[in-house]
Design a protein around this ligand. Structure first.
Ligand SMILES: Cc1ncc(COP(=O)(O)O)c(C=O)c1O
Length: 480
């Protein structure tokens, strides 16, 4: 067995045990139905403890990949049927006005109803909270800086935080001038400012399909139109479709997740990201890259932002700390080299500045190394939760349900078989105190009536498992 457990690895030790079993299955060393090595023998071979191997085996059992037989041991499951990925949508024929506010409002109400299991909200931080570390940092900032930490801050942001962000980009191989960066109230404000820098009412914005509903709501409230470009479950936005649209339509800007998308969780490969920038710069269409999930990757490395490939400075990068440590701090940022003066003017008019104490705390949090330490644990936990949730969905939902396999982030996208109704499921689930995000809010043209999004970015519990099973049961009832 050419496999060693390494303690420097990004994964928990027991996850490496899981990987080993999967590797043995893939290489045929272990055949379906065959007995796995005993806990003791594998522990001795890998120089890890018996409880570590047991934890790995128990997780595999929970995922349905192995079976425990009383007084006998663990056996490789007989068959593993991979769930199909959701299908790619067809390219739209025209831009459309967005009218989604009423259902979005109901989804928000559901999420914030006390006692509801919040599967409908994308709040990955809840899987591994940084609350205690952040609270300590904030107390330190307050005791050192006093009143100055709760004053109005500079309009474009707290300089040390801007420098920290520029340094992080430098680590990714991207040189950012802090003067091109504005701190905002979350990524949502960054996206709103970016849109207003490059487009006006009536203009058409190319969006990915399915698209995060906050972007659709923004387009609606700014009186713009949306043109949906299908996402491919593996590679992100479909570039051939995008080019076809550029040839026939006047598109004012495109907003795309250049790495990990919400709700599909696809991770655009580097060559596609580069090609996307080249294509958009060729057709002189500004790219607004939504980069909020990029730090929550499950691959070896974080994606390099599309900003790095821009030659004409027409890429605007929008991101935040909402998905990585503190959504309630409402601290985000935008990098807008060509549009920086407009961006600052709009920021000043909209909200003057962002919370100084929160920016100060985050800047110290990054400088101390706590941010990166926390992120490492958060990514590991999210990956674990992803596999658990996918396994329960596979076991509980009707046959032929399609499930995304997210490459990062904290949400699953599920497509019910033909004739399924995810908006009905949303209303039914609420009567059982479970919130989900129905597919209808992810498309202005109601493309995803059979789909819905659920979040594995939460504190895992028996109640969460039961809620997913209940959703499966409700979905089954639609076909009886
Ligand atoms: C894809 C995407 N972009 C932007 C945002 C907005 O982020 P923030 O909370 O920082 O405003 C979200 C939040 O859910 C999101 O999922």
């Amino acid at each position: 067995m050419a496999f060693a457990v390494t303690r420097e690895h990004n994964e928990f030790l027991y996850q490496q045990v899981i990987n080993l079993v999967r590797q043995m299955r893939e290489q045929g060393t272990l055949q379906p139905g065959e007995k796995l090595p005993s806990l003791r023998s594998l522990a001795a071979k890998l120089s890890v403890s018996v409880p570590t191997v047991k934890q790995g085996y128990e997780e595999l059992e929970r995922l349905g990949e192995i079976e425990a037989r009383p007084k006998s041991g663990y056996y490789l499951a007989l068959q593993l049927k991979p769930a199909a990925a959701p299908r790619r949508a067809k390219l739209a024929s025209k831009a459309i006005a967005v009218k989604k506010q009423s259902l979005i409002e109901q989804v928000y109400d559901a999420i914030h109803t006390p006692g509801v299991v919040p599967l409908g909200i994308a709040n990955p931080v809840a899987a591994y909270s940084s609350e205690k570390m952040l609270a300590r940092t904030m107390r330190r900032v307050m005791s050192q800086a006093g009143q100055s930490a709760i004053n109005y801050g500079p309009m474009d942001g707290f300089a040390p935080l801007k420098r920290q962000l520029a340094l992080r980009y430098l680590d990714m191989g991207l040189t950012i001038d802090p003067a091109d960066l504005v701190i905002t109230n979350g990524a949502q404000e960054a996206l709103a400012i970016a849109l207003q820098c490059v487009a006006g009412p009536g203009d058409i914005i190319a969006v990915e399909s399915p698209c995060y509903f906050g972007i659709l709501e923004l387009i609606e409230s700014l009186g713009m139109m949306a043109f949906e470009i299908p996402l491919c479950p593996d590679d992100g936005v479909w570039l051939d479709d995008l080019e076809q649209v550029f040839k026939t339509q006047k598109i004012a800007a495109g907003i795309f997740s250049t790495a990990i998308s919400n709700p599909l969780g696809c991770n655009m490969p580097e060559q596609n990201r580069r090609a996307l920038v080249e294509l958009m710069e060729h057709y002189q269409v500004p790219l607004i890259e939504d980069d909020v999930y990029s730090d929550l990757y499950f691959s070896e490395h974080r994606a390099i932002p599309a900003q790095a490939y821009s030659r004409k400075r027409t890429v605007i990068t929008c991101s935040s700390f909402s998905k990585t440590c503190a959504p309630g701090y409402r601290v985000g940022w935008m990098i807008a080299p060509r549009y920086i003066e407009q961006a600052k003017r709009i920021k000043r008019a909209l909200s003057c500045s962002s919370s100084l104490i929160n920016q100060w705390t985050l800047s110290e949090f990054i400088a101390s190394g706590d941010y990166d330490r926390n992120m490492k644990q958060l990514r590991r936990t999210l990956l674990l939760h992803r596999d658990r949730m996918m396994a329960i969905v596979k076991q509980s939902f009707p046959q032929n349900t399609r499930i995304s396999c997210p490459q990062g982030g904290g949400v699953l996208w599920i497509e019910l078989p033909p004739d399924g109704d995810a908006t009905l499921l949303f209303h039914q689930a609420l009567t059982h105190k479970i919130s989900i995000a129905p597919g209808a809010i992810f498309s202005p043209s109601n493309k995803y009536a059979r789909c819905f999004r659920i979040s594995y970015g939460l504190a895992w519990s028996e109640q969460v498992e039961q809620s997913i099973k209940k959703l499966g049961e409700l979905a089954q009832q639609q076909y009886t």
